[in-house]
Design a protein around this ligand. Structure first.
Ligand SMILES: [Zn+2]
Length: 378
């Protein structure tokens, strides 16, 4: 197999999260970061039996030069100040920029501003729609006020320093987004607002409102050609995975109303990876992100990349880590992602599907240059 070496290709990590202030102090806490499950028994009892953990601990031990035990890895982690550890791990994997969706865990994580002080690579912002929308519903009185404030925030997103929008509607009410009228949305608002007033907070999960406001954001994004990320496939524990199949979004793409919106569909839509690969191959403005499946499907990553590359144009595939909280998850995602790309592109050269030059260009594009183009990031 010809060596496809992508070590010099910087990663533009266009879907990432912030570091958490309270870093893990115990092995049990460390285990919690190696699963997408919120179930305490999964975290405590079954994570140690996962390849994500077993291989991860061994490779982290190799990085730290310590014994391949969770205790030794945790001790090594704790011995290095967080900014140093994070920068070293990003630098070891040639990470060139982070695009952070800062809506996730805002109170317990470092803010974008704080991280810009101690992280030695550019940090860009992505605006998560549902989080500020539910705050607006709590804070404001009427539907019209919420609508106007939402419109203003999305319309000025780019001017306010965001490279794109993000929706988590897949994990709230599903990707089968319906054409909701303003009247229907106004009617749905009443009971939701009453409950928000009663509780003093809101986890927005009303389908009519979620659909209405996502469509409103898409209209603005279309005018501004502003990229929007959608979670698809597995991810947060509140996902109804059936409704996270990106094929549910086909009516939106087919409508022609949002042809100028670059849609970046996240998480490889795993396990609907081929479905997403198909959509990206059919519609000019649909892009496929490979995150979360990388690193969480571990030994399956090369097979998944083969499934994607078979049909999807290589200029439409974007690597990201979707890593969060601790530097080690970024490190493992970036390490496994780049290694799998090198392996699979090498195999494609081997089978005469690509020339070495084409494979090297595809690797550079997927790790960073495709994201630069889609988000107009230089
Ligand atoms: Zn994600």
């Amino acid at each position: 197999m010809p060596p496809i070496d992508l070590a010099d290709s910087p990663i533009i990590d266009h879907h990432a999260h912030a570091l958490i202030k309270a870093q893990p102090q115990t092995v049990a806490q460390l285990q919690g970061y190696f699963t997408e499950s919120a179930d305490p028994t999964i975290k405590a009892k079954f994570v140690p039996d996962s390849i994500m953990w077993m291989r991860g601990i061994r490779e982290l031990a190799a990085y730290f030069g310590c014994d391949p035990t969770p205790e030794a890895v945790l001790a090594a982690h704790s011995a290095i100040p967080l900014p140093d550890l994070a920068n070293q791990m990003w630098s070891a994997m040639n990470s060139g920029a982070l695009f952070i969706d800062y809506g996730f865990g805002a109170a317990i994580n470092y803010s974008v501003e704080e991280q810009r002080v101690f992280i030695q690579q550019p940090i860009e912002k992505i605006l998560r729609l549902e989080w500020f929308l539910q705050d607006l519903i709590v804070e404001l009185s009427t539907f019209r006020q919420v609508e106007e404030a939402f419109f203003a925030r999305v319309a000025s997103a780019r001017a306010d320093g965001h490279l794109g929008l993000k929706s988590i509607i897949a994990y709230r009410t599903g990707l089968d987004i319906q054409w909701v009228t303003r009247d229907e949305a106004m009617r749905a608002f009443g009971p939701v607002k009453d409950k928000a007033d009663l509780d003093g907070k809101l986890r927005l999960a009303d389908k009519t409102l979620c659909d209405y406001f996502v469509l409103l954001a898409l209209e603005i994004a279309n005018q501004q050609e502003l990229p929007i990320q959608f979670h698809t496939g597995f991810g947060d524990t509140d996902v109804d995975l059936i409704k996270a199949n990106p094929l549910y979004m086909r009516p939106l793409f087919q409508s022609g109303r949002f042809n100028r919106v670059p849609f970046v569909l996240l998480h490889s839509a795993y396990p609907y990876t081929r479905e997403l690969g198909y959509l990206a191959a059919q519609y000019p403005n649909i892009y496929m992100d490979t995150s979360l499946a990388i690193p969480f499907i571990t030994t399956e990553i090369p097979r998944m990349l083969h499934q994607i590359f078979g049909m999807t144009p290589l200029s439409k595939v974007l690597y990201s880590s979707d890593a969060f909280s601790i530097p080690e998850i970024f490190y493992l995602a970036n390490k496994w992602g780049r290694a799998a790309l090198e392996q699979v592109l090498g195999e494609l050269v081997d089978s005469d599907a690509l020339t070495v030059q084409q494979a090297l260009k595809a690797g550079r594009d997927i790790l960073g240059d495709n994201a630069r183009r889609v988000y107009q990031f230089s």
